[in-house]
Design a protein around this ligand. Structure first.
Ligand code: ZN
Ligand code: ZN
Length: 146
């Protein structure tokens, strides 16, 4: 998903956050990634582009603020002992996770919608959401095995 800088500024403004360069840089990385990111990932991406000189603790502080304002969610997924963050885009997605290299691939669409309806009927639960992660070996790791 590609957005222009003004668009990111609007997202922050709509949530009562002043659009500083550092916050915009973090937001941009979150929204342009198709998979959840750790604070370290975001820190490295921003530094690689040489755009901003911000510390890792600043990235954490900005992420915490985004989570409080519900622009981002802290995923229940943990990668290498670190929390993963994901932009709140309104697109419902699931991830395939490689148990060897921890690479993550997301796919759009949800196979659980009809199951949710059946469960609501059979249990009387009003279902508000779900999480699903699929684990396995990615094609690259599978190839390097042989
Ligand atoms: Zn792999
Ligand atoms: Zn789903």
């Amino acid at each position: 998903m590609v957005r222009d800088a003004g668009c990111y500024r609007d997202i922050l403004a709509a949530n009562g956050i002043k659009g500083t360069r550092q916050r915009l840089a973090v937001l941009k990385e979150l929204y342009s990634s198709s998979v959840p990111l750790t604070a370290d990932d975001i820190y490295i991406k921003i530094h690689d582009k040489g755009q901003e000189n911000l510390s890792l603790s600043t990235v954490y502080r900005i992420l915490d603020m985004f989570v409080k304002k519900e622009i981002a969610v802290k995923s229940g997924l943990i990668q290498g002992g670190k929390a993963l963050y994901e932009a709140v885009t309104g697109v419902h997605r699931h991830n395939l996770i490689c148990i060897k290299c921890h690479r993550m691939m997301s796919f759009d669409g949800c196979p659980l919608e009809s199951l949710e309806k059946d469960l609501e009927n059979s249990t009387g639960f009003h279902i508000s959401g779900h999480r699903m992660e699929i684990y396995g070996i990615c094609p690259e790791c599978e190839r390097s095995k042989s």
